[in-house]
Design a protein around this ligand. Structure first.
Ligand code: ARG
Length: 576
């Protein structure tokens, strides 16, 4: 099966060739953008510039003449349909319906969708990364959702991806915690506490540490003991990690996250020789010189900076990753840029051979535009948040079922188990989609109603679109795979619009690879489903002469939706 390739990229290549042939003396790549739908699908914007810079020399008296020369040099291609030229110099092309028909058949209907062949890269995505003995907060939820999807997109592109969970499982706080638990909860190794108890212990131990000099000394000794591998300290630390891990895993399971834990403790032994090698007690990086990167803290210990230096060394130099991506809140942007600069100075990061990105994100806010909290002002527990999403989705579903049975129609989700399963899938997808559709770097206001709005840009809307295709397929009563793909001959403008939208899927993936903004995909899905609605309005599917062609278009749409759902981490429903 032919892999999908960017339509815009192919149009650009045709125009670049035309420019070379029309103006051999000018070295210029074509600048192609989406066109005004009134005139065409894509437009080439070079004529105006060429006229301004070289018009007189080349003997052209208007941008229109330059544009005509570009048009006349376009190599013949099955892709090109109508071509028009505007007086301002835009050359606008429509993609030919025949080409669209054959490409949708060739790339989308046969087998699984595959993406264009890119050179395979080794990529590390550092995401989720909560801290032991503390509960995960909404920021970690964002990192988990975004990180998992970007990792799936990269895997879809054929890269070797390592999703690493840089769990905060090491540091002086463990000395305090171990010492405190020895006093306050002596049997904790046999009877594991709950993670929220741990959080309380953590707070209390910090208070003791600040107020009681004797406790402080004991806590410091406990750290030394832990570092040295002392039996008691080690096993206490392991138990504490275990409790937290269980609570993290509950969230990961619900979100279907597959990430490998490689916490801060993993790098501990690498730090001293590395510091030795760096021959610097602290590294000043060239761009941000006011705050030093602390390879070694003032008390001689190693901290967050030292660990991240060791981690980036390990990823770029030992694992030989070509690309490292860190998904955290924007508050840590400067930290990571210093790490990248240090890695560059050390020679591990050699752009453009290697690429390092901080994929920063904004804060989740409540309606009051302050940090998202519960009504009583506490931090939101992620498990509770997901539960509420499911409950709210269940309510919507039961309303729908009621309406369906009132209308005397088919009640799609007839039994309570099916309804509950649907609520789980929709509720959690709604939270994820609402997060990923935001501009990643902005703060956003958490809003249940918009998240679950069946008519707006939400996961619910997409689930309905998917289920509607399934319903049409069931009503057709034939196996779409038995329809030969050459029945797909787009004729109606609404069919053409849908086919073109489908083939623009790789453009979206390419955009994500460029700037790591996942909203390209959510925006695309919203547009795709609206194009689909437009198609249904203008083109009846069942019982028409064009039934076979339209059923195939629906199936191709289903495949693009399904692939996109997988990338976003959703499991679709055949019936709602
Ligand atoms: N544990 C950190 C936090 O909760 C995030 C770690 C991100 N990854 C890293 N390599 N520093 O803020």
């Amino acid at each position: 099966m032919a892999p999908l390739a960017s339509v815009q990229g192919q149009v650009t290549a045709l125009f670049t060739k035309a420019l070379k042939d029309a103006f051999p003396s000018i070295q210029q790549d074509a600048l192609v953008t989406k066109g005004n739908p009134k005139y065409g699908d894509y437009q080439c914007n070079n004529a105006m510039m060429i006229f301004k810079e070289h018009g007189a020399g080349l003997g052209f008296d208007s941008p229109l003449k330059v544009a005509e020369a570009i048009r006349d040099s376009l190599p013949p291609s099955k892709l090109l349909g109508d071509i028009s030229v505007a007086p301002q110099g835009f050359v606008t092309v429509r993609v030919s319906p025949e080409w669209l028909s054959s490409k949708v058949g060739e790339c989308l209907l046969k087998g699984d969708i595959s993406y264009l062949d890119l050179p395979r890269k080794r990529v590390v995505v550092d995401y989720s990364s909560p801290n032991i003995a503390k509960e995960m907060h909404v920021g970690h939820l964002r990192s988990t959702i975004i990180g998992e999807s970007v990792r799936r997109v990269l895997e879809f592109c054929g890269h070797e991806v390592h999703g690493l969970n840089h769990v905060g499982d090491w540091g002086t706080q463990f000395g305090m915690l171990i010492e405190y638990m020895k006093e306050a909860y002596p049997n904790f190794q046999d009877q594991l506490p709950e993670v929220h108890d741990l959080q309380e212990f953590y707070k209390a131990s910090k208070k003791r540490f600040d107020e009681d000099a004797d406790f402080k000394t004991r806590a410091q000794l406990a750290v030394v003991d832990l570092q040295a591998g002392g039996e008691f300290a080690r096993s206490a630390w392991q138990k504490i990690c275990e409790v937290s891990r269980l609570s993290f895993n509950r969230i990961y399971q619900r979100l279907n996250i597959s990430i490998e834990e490689r916490g801060e403790s993993f790098y501990n032994s690498m730090i001293p020789p590395l510091v030795e090698e760096l021959k610097a007690m602290c590294i000043f990086t060239p761009n941000i010189s006011t705050i030093p990167l602390m390879a070694v803290k003032s008390d001689g210990g190693f901290g967050y900076d030292s660990t991240d230096l060791a981690a980036i060394y390990r990823r770029l130099f030992v694992m030989r990753a070509d690309w490292v991506i860190y998904v955290t809140d924007l508050g840590q942007e400067q930290h990571f840029h210093m790490i990248f600069d240090a890695a560059k100075q050390a020679g591990w990061h050699r752009p453009p051979l290697t690429r390092c990105d901080h994929m920063g994100f904004g804060v989740v806010q409540g309606e009051d535009k302050k940090k998202f909290k519960t009504r009583s002002g506490e931090t939101v527990k992620l498990g509770d948040l997901l539960d509420e999403a499911v409950q709210r989705a269940a309510l919507e579903i039961s309303k729908r079922v009621e309406e369906q049975s009132k209308d005397g129609g088919e009640a799609f989700l007839s039994n309570p188990e099916e309804q509950m399963d649907a609520a789980q899938k929709i509720g959690i997808a709604a939270v994820r989609y609402f997060d990923m559709k935001q501009n990643r770097t902005s703060n956003y206001v958490f809003n249940w109603d918009r998240m679950l709005d069946a008519k707006g840009n939400s996961a619910v809307f997409l689930f309905y679109a998917y289920a509607r295709i399934r319903s049409i397929q069931r009503k057709a009563g034939i196996d779409v795979h038995s329809i030969p793909s050459n029945c797909l001959q787009v004729k109606h403008p609404a069919e053409r619009d849908l086919a073109l939208k489908l083939l623009q899927f790789p453009d979206v993936i390419e955009a994500i690879l460029g700037d790591l903004h996942l909203h390209h995909l959510t925006d695309y899905l919203w547009e795709l489903c609206n194009t689909l609605t437009g198609f249904y309005m203008k083109c009846k599917v069942l019982g028409e002469e064009a039934q076979s062609c339209r059923l195939l278009l629906c199936e191709a749409t289903r495949k693009v939706l399904l692939k996109s759902f997988q990338l976003l981490g959703f499991t679709p429903l055949d019936k709602i």
